[in-house]
Write a protein that binds this ligand. Structure first.
Ligand code: NAD
Ligand code: DAU
Length: 341
């Protein structure tokens, strides 16, 4: 089988490329990635010489590049996207072109090439925000209510995937997953930013009151969920994927990280809140559990320990990522905003 993975040089995509090559060693894997600031071929150094793996640098918004990559493909697993909510607040335009238009270009090409299965990676953020201290959870029937340019653009892409399924018969599946974390996570996101800031002697920046809740899932558990969905061959359907049974606020996560790293709580600083900051995410993953037998295998504590150890042992990787363009972003997002208060 020939598998096209888009965004395979990013955080989750690179774990999935590695996962697929290991678990499906006879398949041909093509990784189509533009290598934006978030794409990094260093995430794939261990598999780059695998004879079953090909990398193509290309833009999912470019129909010619996509058509070329799609030739002979049986399965598409679509990760490529602009993914950071704070950047979507600073500059929304790329989120619309990549996440919405790019997805439509891929769908069109998948249809033309009669691809057997299109799996779209989406997010729980399309469902909006839940109240704190309630038993409410997102599930497959929760109405869409995206509240940031990022989640609105992801919602648009989900609607297009379903539209290509309903209107043109393209066999699809969608997974709406909660917050992933683990090795190779780009250090603009909360957990790797917290860990690498601490390793640099800086503080953990906490937005607002720190009581916002996210539903964290270790990245390889997400890869296993996607694999099961694809192998089930049940198309035209959606699965919600999440990690936790109990709520943990951002402040609690920061304190867990400090405790594992043996650092004091004064290494936390409260900073200006994110605009439109979604209060709480929590995912009901009973459908994928009942239909496909999936459940998370890594506890939050184990996952945080593994992740911290990885960043402690891979300073070259994150120091390179945190240099150059990243510093301009950090200046705008954290330092300029602080100075303007
Ligand atoms: P990431 O930002 O680490 O990686 C995104 C990748 O997409 C990068 O390699 C980038 O170069 C590539 N890309 C961006 N624009 C492109 C374009 N126009 N053409 C081709 N490639 C392009 O993202 P991630 O955190 O690994 O997320 C991957 C997918 O999973 C996204 O669709 C995201 O919405 C979804 N998702 C992420 C999370 C999470 O917690 N990180 C949770 C649920 C769903
Ligand atoms: O829920 C899935 C989504 O999770 C994915 O679809 C997105 O691609 C991914 O980026 C992530 O979005 P979040 O906005 O939830 O993740 P982030 O790591 O940016 O923030 C997690 C929480 O931590 C959120 O409540 C904001 C807060 N935060 C974040 C940063 C970067 C801080 O308190 N301080 C920070 O410096």
């Amino acid at each position: 089988m020939k598998v096209l993975i888009t965004g395979g040089a990013g955080f989750i995509g690179s774990h999935f490329v590695r996962y697929w090559l290991k678990n499906h060693p006879d398949d041909e894997v093509v990784n189509l990635d533009l290598l934006t600031y978030a794409g990094n071929l260093e995430n794939l150094l261990d598999i780059e010489k695998n004879p079953h793996y090909t990398f193509i640098q290309g833009d999912i918004r470019d129909p010619q590049a996509v058509d070329k990559a799609m030739a002979g493909v049986n399965l598409v697993v679509h990760f490529a996207a602009e993914t950071h909510v704070d950047r979507s607040i600073m500059e929304p335009a790329n989120f619309v072109t990549t996440n919405v238009v790019g997805t439509q270009v891929l769908l069109e090409s998948a249809l033309k090439h009669q691809v057997d299965h299109f799996h779209h990676i989406s997010t729980d953020e399309v469902f909006g925000s839940l109240e704190l201290n309630t038993p409410e959870k997102f599930n497959e029937t929760t109405p869409y209510d995206p509240r940031s340019p990022y989640s609105a653009a992801k919602a648009g892409s989900d609607h297009l995937v379903r539209a290509y399924g309903e209107t043109f018969g393209l066999p699809y599946t969608i997974s709406n997953c909660s917050n992933n974390y683990g090795p190779y996570h780009f250090p603009e996101k909360f957990i790797p930013l917290a860990i690498t800031n601490l390793l640099e002697g800086k503080k953990i920046p906490i937005y607002g009151d720190g009581l916002n809740v996210r539903d964290w899932l270790f990245v390889t558990d997400h890869c296993r969920a996607i694999d099961l969905i694809i192998l089930s061959k049940k198309t035209m359907t959606t699965y919600c994927v999440g990690g936790l049974q109990k709520d943990h606020s951002n402040l609690e996560i920061a304190k867990m990280i400090l405790q594992i790293m043996n650092l004091p709580e004064d290494r936390i600083e409260f900073v200006t809140d994110r605009l439109g900051h979604d209060r709480r995410y929590s995912v009901d993953w009973s459908k994928i559990n009942q239909d496909l037998g999936w459940s998370p295998s890594v506890t939050l504590e184990e996952g945080l320990k593994l992740t911290i150890k990885w960043y402690q042992q891979n300073t070259v990787w994150w120091k390179r990522v945190k240099s150059g363009q990243y510093q301009e972003y950090y200046q705008k997002q954290y330092l300029d905003r602080k100075n303007n208060e």
